[in-house]
Write a protein that binds this ligand. Structure first.
Ligand code: GAR
Length: 196
């Protein structure tokens, strides 16, 4: 059974979708939910599911990213994950950190990469007049929101959409796409897939 650590910063809805998928005959299990924010709503959800949790508050390391990442490595060393899933983890990780988990770290990003890396993806898609938006699961490399794309899901952008309405249309697809890609990666499949 492969061990999956899930890194979060917020409500953790993708973490819940991933954790719920890793049951029964699934070839992986969650071994840790790690947050950089002690207030992250996902922490209580992980605890309720019986998943070990840890917090490394980035605010204790102002400007000291190496120090922050050294602390992140401690619970990860204890949990011994085979795979790391970033699920709404909103801190940028250094090339050094990423290299340790080369080919073993996934991320979900709320845009159709390579479009709209970084923040405010929904507003940028609306502003550009795009007909479609969506989400992407990709392998994490040193470059932000770069790395081999493993899966994408698309939704239409509708007239009158706001960032909030567009986000609400994409999020349920994130919850389908991420578990699907995770299961495939754990099974050694990394070829590109699309939803629906
Ligand atoms: C998700 O929409 C995810 O795609 C996005 O944050 C949200 C987290 O929600 N991730 C990023 O923006 C990464 N830069 P969740 O905590 O409910 O899973």
């Amino acid at each position: 059974t492969q061990r999956v650590a899930i890194l979060i910063s917020g409500s953790g809805s993708n973490m819940v979708a991933l954790a719920q998928s890793m049951q029964g005959d699934h070839p992986a299990r969650p071994c840790l939910v790690l947050s950089n924010d002690p207030q992250a709503g996902g922490l209580a959800k992980a605890q309720a599911m019986g998943i070990p949790t840890a917090v490394v508050d980035h605010r204790a390391f102002k400007g000291d990213r190496a120090g922050f990442e050294a602390e992140l490595l401690k619970p990860l060393r204890d949990a011994q994950p085979d795979l790391i899933a970033l699920a709404g983890f909103m801190r940028v990780l250094s090339a050094d950190f990423v290299r340790r988990f080369e080919g073993r770290m996934l991320n979900i990003h709320p845009s159709l990469l390579p479009k709209y890396k970084g923040l405010n993806t929904y507003a940028r898609a609306i502003e550009a007049g795009d007909a479609e938006a969506g989400c992407t699961v990709h392998e994490v490399t040193a470059e932000l929101d770069d790395g081999p794309i493993l899966g994408q899901a698309r939704v239409p952008v509708l007239s009158g959409d706001t960032p909030a309405t567009l986000a609400a249309r994409i999020l349920p697809l994130e919850h389908q796409l991420y578990p699907l890609v995770l299961r495939r990666v754990v099974s050694g499949q990394r070829d590109f897939i699309t939803l629906p």
